[in-house]
Design a protein around this ligand. Structure first.
Ligand code: GLN
Length: 547
């Protein structure tokens, strides 16, 4: 097996940026000529985050193969620029699901089924699956969700402990990310929480090889030596992970510290010198914008930025591509009413309505869209945002007063967005079916689907391609019964399924930029290569800002 494994655990508290740290290390190893993948092991019992509320868990990231995953996979794709799949994320729930199904089938031949070895074997199999096949990467980074000391995380930690003894020291490395707070009153960094967290790890048989210390300011060498001594790691194996204003600086900061070099040496990786030009250019471009645009995001989850993680990043990427700083203004859609739209949007350069579920806040989104359409403010509607744009157009331009989505008003006389019960899936090459009463998990159109782009449209101008693939996560679709009627009124269907059976992108003419798409382009945007639609949207906003 050529793949070597790096395990990343977290200590002291959550939200230290383990995902970003793992992704940044992966990116650095990539620039050293190694192929890298990353996997996230989530200790919660949900089978996947698909049914979880964004308020609690943040965004659900969707991969090409339709897996609903942790938002850290978004960071992995953005930093590594390699597609993730169902192989890159699992949860306790999914692992137990497998074990219980096997037990029911009688696969354990009457044995008692236990956490060790049966659950840990299943976890190890999931980790090792990354090393299978001809395209197995040189390095697989495994990020363990949660914090050391959580009850739920124990089986995962036990599994990585076993893997290390099975695969050998050269093939595995344990990195522990902890918090090293700076106490102003004492005027120094405090290492005790780190010591405790490492002790906790040791008590379950894991000796970290490298300690990565999240801190407000770089940790002095003296302090690093102290941490090394108390935590039993090499003197040069303690690194600072300093707070940064721009997350794309993290790889460069790690490099300055010598973090990736130490990893390469300890693991005997066939690494060349790091090539950081692209990252340096990216950080330089971010720091030197030539203007500023202000974008209003009209959504329901505005209090929690994590809920729109990929969207937020994709807008920043659009800004980088246009050399402008993007100022994001989150507007709570529930507060927007027919009378007050100008107070929210008067001086913004673009309005974006993101995806979402449920009726709450929808009327405010529709009002925001009406304002964008009438005032000719660049507008971008994503998934639910596109559906709302269709409803708005049907109501206010085509005169269908009660136009709605079947999701919000099943009794509407004009269900311009409806539940499609049968559709042809280009991937399985079969007719897929769903019905309104089925389970909430597993009834969505998920993952990458092809989309044909109509020439002469904003979409075509952005993509410069006739066929693209974009990722979906929704139940409802544009209702083809209204295509002619809305088309006559001016709506343009600039993206459709290759056989024309599904509407994927809508636009309206005589407007600087009014585009709604049924898919989620934000999942495919990269810092060094903004998604074409985000590039186009920000370009339109920039043109407005310069007027
Ligand atoms: N609620 C809508 C649907 O299920 C939109 C979903 C979304 O925006 N992701 O079709």
């Amino acid at each position: 097996m050529k793949t070597k494994f790096i395990f990343v655990t977290g200590g002291v508290l959550s939200s230290l940026g383990k995902g970003l740290a793992a992704a940044s290390l992966g990116a650095l190893l990539q620039t050293r000529g190694l192929s890298v993948t990353i996997q996230k092991l989530d200790p919660y019992i949900n089978v996947d985050p698909g049914t979880m509320n964004p308020f609690q868990h943040g965004e659900v990231f969707v991969t090409d193969d339709g897996a609903e995953t942790d938002l850290d996979l978004g960071h992995y794709e953005r930093y590594l620029n390699v597609p993730m799949s169902h192989k890159n994320n699992t949860t306790s729930g999914a692992i137990y699901n497998k074990v219980i199904a096997k037990e029911r089938r009688g696969d354990y031949l009457g044995g008692t089924v236990q956490v060790i070895p049966h659950v840990t074997d299943e976890i190890k199999a999931k980790v090792l699956s990354l090393a299978e096949g001809d395209d197995a990467p040189d390095v697989a980074i495994i990020e363990i969700g949660g914090t050391v000391g959580d009850i739920e995380g124990l089986p995962f930690l036990e599994a990585i402990r076993q893997l290390r003894s099975e695969l050998g020291r050269d093939n595995c490395l344990n990195i522990h990310l902890t918090l090293v707070p700076y106490l102003k009153s004492a005027g120094e960094h405090k290492t005790k929480p780190t010591q405790h967290s490492v002790k906790e790890l040791l008590s379950i048989g894991i000796q970290p090889d490298i300690i990565l210390c999240r801190c407000e300011q770089p940790i002095p060498d003296e302090m690093k030596k102290k941490i090394a001594l108390f935590c039993n790691v090499d003197q040069d194996a303690v690194f600072s992970s300093v707070d940064v204003s721009n997350i794309y600086e993290v790889p460069l900061k790690f490099y300055e510290e010598g973090f990736d070099q130490k990893v390469a040496i300890m693991m005997r990786l066939p690494a060349r010198n790091a090539h950081l030009e692209d990252w340096e250019k990216l950080v330089h471009d971010c720091a030197n914008p030539k203007g500023k645009v202000s974008i209003a995001i009209v959504g329901k989850y505005v209090e929690l930025k994590e809920a729109y993680k990929s969207l937020h990043e994709a807008l920043i990427h659009g800004g980088i591509a246009n050399r402008v700083e993007v100022e994001l203004r989150y507007v709570n859609s529930e507060e927007v009413t027919p009378g007050n739209a100008p107070s929210f949007f008067k001086d913004c350069d673009g309005i974006l309505v993101p995806g979402g579920f449920g009726y709450r806040g929808v009327e405010g989104k529709i009002e925001a869209i009406r304002y964008a359409r009438e005032q000719k403010i660049p507008f971008f509607g994503i998934c639910l945002g596109m559906q709302c744009a269709v409803i708005e157009f049907a109501r206010n331009v085509a005169g269908m007063e009660d136009a709605n989505s079947e999701e919000f008003n099943p009794l509407s006389g004009h269900k311009v967005i409806y539940l499609m019960t049968e559709w042809y899936d280009f991937r399985t090459q079969a007719v897929e079916k769903r019905d309104a009463g089925s389970d909430k998990g597993g009834t969505m159109r998920l993952g990458a689907y092809p989309c044909k782009i109509l020439a002469g449209t904003h979409a075509y101008e952005a993509y410069q391609a006739e066929m693209v693939e974009e990722r979906h996560r929704h139940r409802y679709e544009f209702n083809n019964a209204y295509r002619d009627e809305l088309g006559v009124k001016g709506m343009i269907f600039s993206g459709t399924a290759p056989d024309d059976s599904l509407v994927e992108i809508v636009e309206i003419p005589d407007h600087p930029w009014f585009v709604g798409c049924q898919f989620h382009p934000e999942f495919k945007s990269r810092p060094m290569k903004a998604h074409p639609l985000f590039r186009g949207f920000i370009a339109a906003a920039k043109a407005r800002s310069q007027k």
